[in-house]
Design a protein around this ligand. Structure first.
Ligand SMILES: [Zn+2]
Length: 134
């Protein structure tokens, strides 16, 4: 929970910084073309800030999940590094191991996604960071 809050503060700062950055660009344009420059820049300022912000946030999420270790897959063939990240949000990450199985990493639990899409608990990480069967 603490982690999420810190992330939000960081994100807010990053977003403010981006708005200021592109805002400065708008101010520069308005000096050259007056009000027209501002009108042209304003949607761009908001749009660009949002776009860059989302990209950075996605990247941060992926990095965060990449640093977390993963347990050996169900068949015992794939180690932590042999997973591909398919999707990542703040709360969870979806991985596929080399065998083709899909897994969801959420908090300290690692879930196996069955062929019909249902999730079943596979492994849980304890306080020391070691994985144990769920
Ligand atoms: Zn595997």
């Amino acid at each position: 929970m603490k982690n999420t809050t810190r992330m939000n503060v960081f994100e807010a700062l990053a977003f403010t910084f981006l708005c200021l950055l592109f805002g400065a660009l708008g101010a520069y344009l308005s000096e050259r073309w007056g009000l027209l420059g501002w009108l042209a820049a304003a949607p761009g300022v908001v749009g660009l800030s949002l776009l860059v912000f989302r990209m950075c946030r996605g990247l941060l999420c992926e990095l965060k999940h990449s640093f977390h270790s993963r347990p050996v897959c169900r068949t015992g063939k794939c180690s932590s590094r042999r997973y591909f990240l398919l999707d990542a949000t703040k709360e969870l990450a979806v991985f596929r191991c080399l065998c083709g199985d899909r897994y969801i990493s959420r908090g300290n639990s690692f879930l196996h996604v069955k062929a019909d899409g249902t999730e079943e608990p596979y492994m849980v990480r304890d306080a020391s960071g070691a994985w144990a069967p769920a």
